[in-house]
Design a protein around this ligand. Structure first.
Ligand SMILES: Cc1cc2nc3c(=O)[nH]c(=O)nc-3n(C[C@H](O)[C@H](O)[C@H](O)COP(=O)(O)OP(=O)(O)OC[C@H]3O[C@@H](n4cnc5c(N)ncnc54)[C@H](O)[C@@H]3O)c2cc1C
Length: 386
C-alpha cells in the first residue's frame, strides 16, 4: 500500500491528524493495534479546552459535541471544611467542555468513514523503516499477512507504549514519576456536583468529575502498585465521602461500572521529529491528568502538524515542518508545568511541611484574583501555538 502520510496509532492524535490532513488535501492511512470497538470504548480524558472545542467545530466535528457536551464555567477547589468556586469565564473569558474522549474518538471514526479513508485496525508487529530518507515505510502484520505501507512521511501517534518514540535516535528525555497513583471509577449515578471538585485532604487527593447527567467519574489518590481488588465499592465510596465531604452537601453513591489504577507521571521527549518521522500526542509527552491536559495537548500537536505537513508535501515548503518540534514543545512545557503544579498542590505527601505549603497555596489561589486567574488561564487552555 502507498500513501502520503502513514500514521501509527488511532487514538485522538492519529484520528484527528488524518481528518485535518484530508481537509488539507493530503492522503493518509492509519495502522492501529487495537480493534475499533476497543479504541472507541477506552475510558480516559473528558475535559476539552476552548481551543480544542473551537478547532473541532471549525473542522466539522462540533455538531454532537455542541449538543451533548456540558459547558462548565470553572471548577471547585476543596479542602476540609471549605469549598471555593473558581469561575473561569469571569476570570479569563472562557470555560471548558465536558465531553468524553470516547465520544471524540467516535466522532473522529465516523468522519473517517464518511471520507472513505482507511484505518487498518488490529495490526501486529508495527515497525518503522528508512525514516531518514524521503521514502520511509511502515511494516505490520494483519490476519497473519505481512504488509508494507510506503509513505512520504510517518507520524507516530502511538501513545506512550508504541514503537515511534524509540525510533528517534539519541533523544533528550525528562521524566518525573510521582509517588502516587489514581484509582479511577466510573459510576452509573448522577453527579453530586455541577462542576468538577478538586479536593485536597490529608488522606490524599480526590476528584469528582462526570461524563454525563447520569454517569460520574471519580478518582482517589492511592499508593503506587495499588491492587483494585483491595478496593471494594464500599471502601471507595467511603474514602470519597471522607475526602470530599462538606456540611450541607451529600455525595450520591451508585453502581461502579469500571475501576482502574493510573500511575502519575510526567515525561517529555525532544525533539518531536527525526528525518521524515514526526511524533504527536502521548508518543512524545505524558502529563499527570490533574490539569486535564493530555488529550488537549494531543489535539494541539496535530493542529500544528497538519498544516506543516500539507506545506511540506503539497508545496515543498519545509519551513513549518522544520519548526514543528520547537513550536509544539513550547506548549508541551507550559502544560507540563501546569500539570505538575496542580499535582503537587493537591496530593498528600505525608510530610507536614508540604501540607502547610499546599494549604497556603490553595488559600491564595481561592482568595486572590491573581492566583485564581493563573489557574483559570492554564486550565481553560492557552491558544494553540502559544
Ligand atoms: C489510563 C489513562 C487514563 C487517562 N485519563 C485521563 C484523564 O482523566 N484526563 C486527561 O486529560 N487525560 C487522561 N489521559 C491522557 C489522555 O487520554 C491521553 O493524553 C490521550 O489519549 C493522548 O492521545 P494520543 O492519541 O496521543 O495517544 P493514545 O490515546 O494513547 O493513542 C495511541 C494509539 O496508538 C495505538 N498503538 C500503540 N502501539 C501501537 C503500535 N505498535 N502500532 C499501531 N498502533 C499502536 C494505541 O492502541 C492507541 O490507540 C489518560 C491516559 C491513560 C493511559
Amino acid at each position: 500500500m502507498r500513501t502520503q502520510v502513514a500514521i501509527v496509532g488511532a487514538g485522538p492524535a492519529g484520528l484527528l491528524l488524518a481528518h485535518l490532513l484530508d481537509r488539507a488535501g493530503v492522503e493518509s492511512v492509519i495502522v492501529e493495534t487495537r480493534s475499533r470497538v476497543y479504541v472507541e470504548a477506552r475510558i480516559r480524558a473528558g475535559i476539552l479546552e476552548r481551543s480544542t472545542v473551537d478547532l473541532l467545530r471549525e473542522v466539522g466535528l462540533g455538531e454532537r459535541l455542541d449538543r451533548e457536551g456540558d459547558q462548565h464555567r470553572g471548577i471547585h477547589l476543596h479542602w476540609p471544611g471549605e469549598r471555593h468556586h473558581l469561575d473561569f469565564v469571569d476570570l479569563v473569558g472562557r470555560g471548558v467542555t465536558v465531553y468524553g474522549q470516547t465520544e471524540v474518538t467516535k466522532d473522529l471514526g465516523r468522519a473517517r468513514d464518511a471520507a472513505g479513508q482507511q484505518v487498518v485496525y488490529e495490526v501486529a508487529d508495527t515497525a518503522l523503516h528508512d525514516l531518514d530518507t524521503e521514502h520511509p515505510f511502515v511494516t505490520y502484520t494483519t490476519d497473519g499477512r505481512s504488509e508494507r505501507l510506503d509513505a512520504e512521511v510517518v507520524v507516530g501517534c502511538d501513545g506512550s507504549f508504541g514503537p515511534s518514540r524509540a525510533a528517534v535516535p539519541n533523544p533528550v528525555t525528562w521524566e518525573r514519576t510521582y509517588p502516587y497513583s489514581w484509582l479511577g471509577i466510573l459510576a452509573d449515578v448522577a453527579p453530586s456536583t455541577d462542576e468538577l471538585i478538586y479536593a485536597w485532604h490529608p488522606d490524599g487527593f480526590a476528584l469528582h468529575s462526570m461524563r454525563s447527567a447520569t454517569v460520574s467519574r471519580l478518582y482517589l489518590q492511592v499508593p503506587h502498585s495499588t491492587d483494585v481488588a483491595d478496593w471494594s465499592d464500599d471502601r471507595i465510596w467511603s474514602a470519597l465521602d471522607a475526602r470530599l465531604g462538606l456540611d450541607g452537601w451529600t455525595l450520591r453513591p451508585g453502581p461502579v461500572t469500571e475501576k482502574s489504577v493510573l500511575p502519575m507521571r510526567s515525561f517529555v521527549q525532544q525533539p518531536m521529529r527525526h528525518g521524515r518521522l514526526f511524533l504527536a500526542g502521548d508518543a512524545a509527552h505524558i502529563v499527570p491528568p490533574t490539569g486535564a491536559k493530555g488529550l488537549n495537548l494531543a489535539v494541539a500537536d496535530v493542529a500544528l502538524l497538519a498544516p506543516a505537513l500539507a506545506a511540506l508535501l503539497r508545496h515543498k515548503d519545509s519551513g513549518p515542518a522544520d519548526a514543528y518540534s520547537d513550536v509544539a514543545l513550547r506548549r508541551v512545557w507550559r502544560c507540563t508545568h501546569f500539570s505538575w503544579w496542580m499535582t503537587t498542590m493537591l496530593h498528600a505527601t505525608g510530610d507536614q511541611f508540604d501540607a502547610q505549603l499546599q494549604r497556603s497555596q490553595l488559600q491564595w489561589v481561592a482568595s486572590s484574583t491573581a492566583g485564581a486567574t493563573g489557574l483559570a488561564e492554564n486550565y481553560a487552555g492557552l491558544p494553540i501555538g502559544f
